[in-house]
Design a protein around this ligand. Sequence first.
Ligand code: ATP
Length: 412
Amino acid sequence: MRGELIAIGTELLMGETVDTNSAYLAQRLPAMGVEVRFVNVVGDQIEDLVEIFERGLSRSDLIITTGGLGPTDDDLTREAIARVFGEKIETDPDLLHSLQDFFRNRGTVMPPSNAKQAALIPSSRVLSNSRGTAPGWWVEKNGRVIVALPGVPLEMEHMWVNEVTPLLRGVANSSVIMTRTFKTFGLSESAVGETVEGLFGDRNPYLGIYARPDGIQLRLIAKGATEREALGLLAPAEAQIIKALESNIWGVDDETLEDRVANMLSERGLTVAVMESCTGGLLSSSITDVPGSSAFFQGGVVSYTENSKIQNGVDPEIIKSHGVVSASVVESMAESVRTSFGSDLGVGITGVAGPDPVGEVAPGNFYIGIAWAGGVSSTHHWVPPNRSIVKRRAVVSALIDMCNYLKTRPVG
Ligand code: ATP
């Protein structure tokens, strides 16, 4: 089934809102047998909406839109669909009542403009929205399907899971696309590519290679008549990738580095505390993104100045003789925080986010330190000197160094 996405809203065209809805849907449609061929962004003009719908209907079996279902005059998705199918919009009394109930249950009266959201056309059916006031539409006509979803991501995702996927299973059963992503670290893009060279060029499964902030990723895509057939096509290629890159693979599919570190710490029964400088708390924030992190994360200190490093246990003599951005200082940060929190591991980060150098050290340089009972080590890194890149990459490097260290510790 050929699919097409339309993200609707002038704020998307202005760059004020990033279109994450299309990314969410594009990641999920292949597994439902829908091959996404086009992703469009269009503003809130009725002529533009009609044009993009007409073009979509001429080349795709399924169109999914997000946005433009609100109560205001610039929410025109319903009007545009009615126009391309030549149908008349009418207020549905049941839908109107449920909208009124929605407001009543929240102790308010429905504003008159929300009545617009109770509109249907003869070919549409309602996709209910338990998270908001904008009901979605499922419209089937002339062998084509248009699905209109709200713009608010949480409402859209809820409607996708609960309302759309069951209906889509009924119409999109021609083929299934399955993917598997392998996430690696420690090797360059060309080195990863050369290791699995023989797999490139096949169409099914298709192998792609991508450079991401947390390392090089390999993604396999297989298409089969059933999920089982697609998984069967993936299996030999997966085995080949695992064999060739096993020690460099840190995760698969949606797994994040934070998840990986959390699992490795939990499996080994170890705890960690961090002292970070140029990342301003981002490492602590990333670690605590994982539910249940209080089981292994003892706490963190942001020691942004020399003084605060000294107050938190770093020897001033080390700073004086090696400079505040140095291997010796980051190792001292890791040891100090480990001692003060009484954790199994201590992690330190010091670096220069820029734009100005710190002493002799140019922006983009940073150090990661890891301390454990009886030892400490550090690594030095350089990335292009942009503040947000330095901060994010320092966090990624710290998580990777933690994985590398944890691999040396036995499980259990
Ligand atoms: P509602 O009436 O519930 O607001 P709607 O369907 O009218 O729903 P819009 O008004 O178009 O939705 O968008 C509401 C908000 O949802 C936007 O301000 C924006 O924050 C977010 N949003 C809209 N489209 C997208 C998108 N493609 N990706 C991410 N966020 C989006």
